[in-house]
Write a protein that binds this ligand. Sequence first.
Ligand code: DCB
Length: 445
Amino acid sequence: MSFRRCTARLSAILLTAALLTALTAVPAAAAAKYSGAFQSKSGGAKVTAKLYRSGKYRLTVSGKTLTVGKIRSGAKLKKASWKKKKSQLWTVKKRSGGGVSFISCANKNYALSVTKKGLFLKKKRAEASQVFKKVAAKKAAAGGAVTNAKDGAAQHGWLSVKGTQLVDASGRPVVLHGMSSHGLQWFGNFASSGAIGATASYGANLFRAAMYTAENGYLSDKTGMYARLCAAVDAAVSRNMYVIIDWHILSDTNPRSHQGEAKAFFKKVSARYAGTPNVLYEICNEPNGGTSWKDVKTYAEAVIPVIRNNSPRSVILVGTPTWSQDVDLAAADPLSFGNIMYVCHFYAGTHFAFLREKVSTALSKGAPIFVTEWGTSDASGNGGVFTKEAATWLSFLAEHKISWANWSLCDKSESSAALKPGANADDGISSSELSASGKFVFARF
Ligand code: DCB
């Protein structure tokens, strides 16, 4: 080798070494903030990063998981189903000039490279195709146009139930993840367009508007609560999200005690949203206090036809006795309507394997399940947070492709609240405004 070529080679090696040291590892605590949609400086497909576990990410493109096949510079990446394999995991490294790179866990000398020509594995180098920028900045996203990290109603259309699975308009399984509001009568300000849009920019494709019936809710202020509910639904729809209209019975333990009001409400609201595929109807939050499945069934048989009369295709979610835990009872004596799912709620510090067994039993009997509410706290909405138990629940739900909404998007001083007290979500939600629960949940949309 000539002297000139040799020095050229040497300076290339030194340059590469300098560039590599400029890649700094992201501390595990901050790692969750790299969830979301990314695009490389060379353009091409948008890639969605989802925190799998501390510091490790799964990357998807239109729902498929990027998978490393051959470890060779320039090898095409495969799009496969998620199998939690090393070849499907990546770590995020900050680039000194701004942006991040995704380093393969199969071999840390290789990085993701995306150009308009496709998605490749390449030797880790400082080149535009390996430098990614977040597509929607959190604060900015809440105010402006949002490109949702996860597909919503514009891509999936009308949902329906096939066997036990929620599927989209073309029959493909769909899993929805997002936040539930707290009571709209108390925390309506966190069911604003800014707050809901912010959850979408973290990757949520679902919102649940919890309209309490009692406790100064709808039954005390029909006009005011209906307006708040519709504002929340419209905000979610404008962000391409699916949205659950929740008739939140609780202290009024038996849904039959306000069956007339429920019918009138669902008649009105289902007429308003009859042509809107985004909307799902949850007809009774949590029957409790000795309410039997027979009671719920009688109520459901009266309310469901009212909704179906206006909006025949809508998916309807039915609460179950014992604060929406007895899905096994519903499965043993199911409703005869189609496109119905039974509701299971859990709180990670209170409900353990016994409740997962009820869900498994229900599924095995052919009963579709939707978790419209769960918390990282205990059943009071406080205590914990129980992240280990919550993680066990979420893997169980993922395994069964069960959709969920987390309780709750508000700043109340209780551990289940996703935001710290005093947070202002109207201008978006920054990671420093998230509570311990919020950090855990927002990284898992
Ligand atoms: C459910 C309710 C929900 C409630 C949460 C946490 O109730 F659907 O409305 O939220 O789970 O308890 C809490 C709020 C509090 C508020 C309170 C009353 O977090 O800020 O003060 O509602 O409005 C459950 C769920 C499970 C069980 C009991 C209840 N359980 N419960 O398994 O025993 O009694 O409310």
